[in-house]
Design a protein around this ligand. Structure first.
Ligand code: KG4
Ligand code: ZN
Length: 354
């Protein structure tokens, strides 16, 4: 089964061709970073227009790189949400058009399911597993029971972890995109110099909170006598390292509770997966790996380029769905919001982001 995957839910235009033996025939990502940089963040309207401009060319390039024609495909998978609605519409409409013209089945893929299943693209990972999904828009702990079957154990009650990285980078004058910039700066910094809070650490449950940490970084920046470029390089590096260490502590603390819950529910399960853009971070990967090992679990994470948004994970989620006979009609709607575990999102008093 050869599937074309299209991803346009944020600021990457991404297209891939993948088959069910997990061979990635092509995986192209066109970043729009330069177009958004002047604004210090992703501008939805600019993103949508850039997707319109580049997507068809990138599809052609990916097909050529894969050495395949549309007639060789067995399906088309496109992100149908959640994400910036303009971009989602561009990718989904393009996927539908290709499916309609070539008589192919369509998989309207949940972007979060793309991340959730991305570790299976490496092979050797069976259901169920515990997933820590950390990206620009989400921070969730989920039990992945099967394709389409997710139980959320916890989520952020305010900011997503990637958002915290991006805002910290902005406050430190490290530029955009924030995650990799904070990681780079932190490598030359002292993580013990600034005493930053670890929100919710030691508390029951698996929810997260990052807004207090973000505020603490802001106060530290002010205390150090300036905003952005006025900080010395070393101070910015020390703050980045201190922030990253706080995030690592919080992620490990919340994940440890989730590992215990996982053990209760599935005594035989031993797989823990970390995925999403923030999972590209080396320190976080190492800390989570150590945590999993001390709790009798094995951590796996996709390679960094499959952690950040890409078309291969969407093509793979499409293969997982289509090979189970799950296809979508051409009226599948684009969705700005689309929780993986709809029951958790409806839970009264959840008070949490999806
Ligand atoms: O999954 P993703 O590519 O897009 C979303 O679905 O949101 O995640 C993007 C997020 C951004 O917030 C970015 O700053 C963060 O992932 N990120 C990182 C790193 N690389 C990307 N955060 C920390 N360390 C990194 N190396
Ligand atoms: Zn993503």
């Amino acid at each position: 089964m050869l599937v074309l995957g299209i991803e346009t839910s944020c600021d990457e235009t991404a297209v891939a061709v993948v088959d069910e033996t997990r061979h990635i025939h092509a995986n192209l990502v066109l970043s729009q970073i330069d177009e958004h940089r002047p604004y210090g963040g992703v501008v939805p309207e600019i993103a949508a227009r850039a997707h319109v401009e580049h997507l068809d060319g990138l599809v052609a390039q990916a097909m050529e790189a894969a050495g395949a024609g549309f007639g060789d495909l067995d399906g088309v998978a496109a992100t149908a949400g959640p994400g910036l609605i303009g971009g989602v519409m561009v990718g989904l409409m393009t996927g539908k058009a290709i499916a309609a013209v070539h008589g192919l089945p369509l998989a309207a893929v949940n972007h979060l399911e793309g991340h959730a299943l991305s570790a299976r693209l490496g092979g050797g990972l069976d259901f169920p597993y515990l997933l820590l999904l950390i990206s620009g828009g989400h921070c969730q702990l989920l039990v992945v029971e099967d394709v389409g079957a997710y139980t959320r154990l916890g989520t952020t009650i305010d900011d997503a972890v990637g958002e915290a990285f991006d805002k910290t980078a902005k406050m430190l004058g490290l530029g955009f995109p924030g995650g990799p910039a904070v990681e780079r700066a932190a490598s030359a910094g002292d993580p013990r110099r600034f005493k930053l809070p670890r929100p919710l650490k030691g508390r029951e449950g698996c929810h997260f909170s990052f807004s207090g940490l973000k505020t603490a970084v802001w106060y530290a920046v002010k205390e150090q006598g300036g905003e952005k470029q006025q900080l010395s390089r070393q101070t910015a590096a020390d703050l980045a390292a201190s922030f990253q260490a706080a995030v690592a502590d919080v992620l490990c603390d919340r994940t440890e509770n989730a590992l215990a819950l996982m053990r209760e529910r599935y005594p035989d399960a031993s797989d823990f997966v970390v995925a999403g853009g923030v999972a590209a971070n080396e320190l976080l990967r190492a800390r989570l790996d150590e945590l999993a090992a001390t709790n009798g679990f094995t951590m796996s994470a996709p390679p960094p380029e499959l952690c950040t948004d890409n078309g291969a994970m969407i093509a793979w989620a499409g293969i997982e769905r289509l090979s189970r006979g799950l296809s979508d009609s051409l009226d599948a709607p684009p969705r700005a919001r689309w929780p993986l575990d709809p029951d958790a999102a409806k839970a009264p008093g959840a008070g949490a982001k999806e």
